[in-house]
Design a protein around this ligand. Sequence first.
Ligand SMILES: *Cc1c(COP(=O)(O)O)cnc(C)c1O
Length: 411
Amino acid sequence: MFTEADALERDAADPGHRDLFHVPPAEGGRYAEAAYLAGNSLGLQPRATRGDLLDDLDAWARLGVEGHLDAARPWLPYHEFLTGTAARLVGALPAETVVMNSLTVNLHLLMVSFYRPVGTRTKIVIEDTAFPSDSYAVRSQARFHDLDPDATVVRLDPADVLSYLAREGHEVALVLLGGVNYLTGELMDIPAITRAGHEAGALVGWDLAHAAGNVPLELHEWGPDFAAWCSYKYLNAGPGALGGVFVHERHLGDPAVPRFEGWWSTEPATRFEMAPVSRPPATADAWQISNPPIYAMGPVRTSLEIFDRVGMAELRARSRRLTGYLESLLDELPVTLVTPRDPDRRGSQLSLRIGPGSAHELAKRLRHEFGVITDAREPDIVRAAPVPLYCTYHDCWRLADALAHVIEEVR
Ligand SMILES: *Cc1c(COP(=O)(O)O)cnc(C)c1O
């Protein structure tokens, strides 16, 4: 039933938007293009990125300093060109959204505002499989407040978060979880956990690195205090691309919320008054510090416009079809799925436990012998993401076919 011809037929009936992207050549196997299933780690380059970036570079060559105001996309308000599309992507108000810095930097800036330990309410809840950068960030925040990170940071199995909050929530200052877990691909119940955190009197933030551009989000309605994400995974804005930030409306313009500030934290109209005291706007822009890196913002702008045109509803629907198809193929193989089976509890990523044997060794063979690109987390997890924008049913079929050939040899 799951033949190559069947995969090609599905592609003809349900094409994505692969033509908008550069797909790397295969390094091995019988096909010209790689089966690229690592978009959860680094998304592919949109074809439009290079031209858009060159336009922005030309403005500098032609205009010098005058490009701040006179470029076709002027540099002074450049970040504003990204706000509308970023806000729609995560279900936020434009005033709640800004694109700036990198993800972990933004988590720190947001914790300056929203991790305020007082008395016995000092704890930070994260998941036991938290991405290491997030774990280092919260531990260093605890130390910054002269607290013992081992006693302050509580690492929980995601299934235990709600009961922990009901029992010990009075000691929790901040809940900071991944919206989609980077390792297992599990999509958390963001509204329910947000509500439970608030009922316990804590503030709630979400790391949406693996959720933004992967699953539909309604941040304004769900009501977390803040969120941050990167733009180089599902968002295809290139290695190290700038991240996005959400601060809920209820905190905007509140003088009681502390922030680290610089000249981009003030009202644009007052920026060049060179005044000693800032007048921050009542928007997430107030969390900006420095003038933004235009050539890092450009690719984020290009990519967000693709998401805006296609829409998350269409992407989510195709993601379910592709991911479900890959799941059926993998069920024929001796691998264990660690990602939830329920399509409502996952995005585009399936994580496989390959049993004894090295995940890196397997990923290497898939790449060099079959031109199939996945990514490995030691000791035995291989992650594969059939990204709905540019992946195909044939890509999924190639992964299953390659796994069938090598899995027994790797263990
Ligand atoms: C990818 C990822 C990061 C990366 O952080 P940077 O600051 O962008 O280097 C952090 N946290 C999570 C959960 C991630 O998935």
